[in-house]
Design a binder for this molecule. Structure first.
Ligand code: F6P
Length: 360
């Protein structure tokens, strides 16, 4: 490989705040420090599947204003696994070789893939098959990528959910209502436990800790006896009904998405406690908007570290945030170790210590 590399960067899976800050840092380091070229690949692997492949040259002047912009300027997709890509005639086609060919057509020496565990696993499979040089950067508001303590998007999502709780607090108190906030987290309760503590929730329900409706009603009654006539509940979207059902809805394209646990709780709680309840589903608001200052810091640190890994030709690795430092681990280890909320972790102990009911 020559001295002047050309690297590609793509964002894959659901968008979130902080992605553009990562791209900006990558370009600063690659162009500014190493004098390499950077190509931004449009629409994740779809851009490598297109002919000609969609790679936009990125320079410092272009990306410098991107620090605080939400979403991803490169576009993304979370549809269409390239190993079983849905075609217009309804069949599924393995298009992995087209992506590998697209990488070579662009003349890329290494690729930075920003994704969650699903996207990173697909990118790794492609890299193995095509002998591509890949470095991963973890991103997901769910914060459930293995090993890393933080993924891009999480901090901003927690800030948004916390602000929502702050706002709900006053209206709940004014009307003596039980307010339920349903937050995202496809499998894990990281957003719910963090925002719940930060936003002063009375009850936090996460998929990692089974709950009983009777415990929730007991907590509401206990508060009423103390003269506190309202209650704030945060629930992660992946929490099941008491009977163990995962509430999903399927759209006309056949895509299933979580949703409905907030309303289920509202109905069930008003039955057992007599309390007036209202539900707020925060949804994609958690993914949009301006990245928080901490997000920008982590995004910048991850971007620089990913480029440095390429400079050292250390591939098949993912950058991580561990004990206030950026480190890197084998990508295989990160994607094989799913990170749920540990039932005995500091945040769970903190919530219990504050008298927050976790439903158990
Ligand atoms: O994984 C990130 C996430 O935002 C989950 O929290 C949520 O369940 C899902 O993506 C929503 O996906 P979509 O944007 O496809 O509706």
């Amino acid at each position: 490989m020559g001295k002047h590399k050309c690297i590609g960067i793509l964002t894959s899976g659901g968008d979130c705040a902080g992605l553009n800050a990562v791209i900006r840092a990558v370009v600063h380091r690659a162009v500014g420090t190493y004098n390499w070229k950077v190509l931004g690949i449009r629409q994740a692997t779809k851009g490598l599947m297109s002919r000609p492949p969609q790679g936009i040259p990125l320079d410092i002047e272009k990306v410098d204003p991107w620090l605080s912009i939400g979403g991803t300027m490169l576009g993304t997709t979370n549809e269409g696994n390239p190993f079983a890509f849905p075609m217009s005639d309804g069949t599924l086609l393995d298009r992995s070789d087209e992506i590998i060919e697209g990488y070579h057509l662009l003349g890329i020496d290494a690729l930075i893939g920003i994704g969650g565990d699903g996207s990173l696993a697909i990118l790794r499979k492609l890299a193995k098959q095509g002998n591509l040089n890949l470095v991963g950067i973890p991103k997901t508001i769910d914060n459930d990528v293995g090993i890393t303590e933080r993924s891009i998007g999480f901090d901003t999502a927690v800030n948004i959910a916390t602000e929502a709780l702050d706002r709900l607090h006053f209206t709940a108190a004014s009307h003596s209502r039980v307010m339920i906030l349903e937050v995202m987290g496809r499998d894990a309760g990281h957003i719910a436990i963090s925002a719940g503590i930060a936003g002063g929730a009375d009850i936090i329900l996460i998929p990692e800790i089974p709950y009983k409706i009777s415990q929730i009603c007991e907590k509401i009654r206990e508060r009423q006896e103390q003269g506190k006539n309202y209650c704030l509940i945060v629930v992660a979207e992946a929490v099941r009904t008491e009977e163990g059902e995962l509430l999903m809805h399927t759209n006309r394209l056949g895509q299933s998405r979580l949703g409905g646990i907030g309303q289920y709780l509202a109905d069930t709680i008003s039955d057992c406690s007599g309390a007036e309840t209202r539900v707020t589903v925060l949804g994609h608001i958690q993914r949009g908007g301006t990245p928080s200052p901490l997000e920008r810091l982590i995004a910048s640190a991850f971007g620089i570290a990913a480029v440095d890994l390429i400079a050292e030709e250390k591939y098949d690795r993912m950058v991580t945030w561990q004990q206030r430092e950026v480190m890197s681990v084998p990508l295989e280890d990160a994607i094989s170790k799913y990170r749920a909320v540990e039932p005995y972790s500091t945040l769970v102990k903190t919530a219990r210590g504050l008298g927050i009911c976790l439903g158990d």
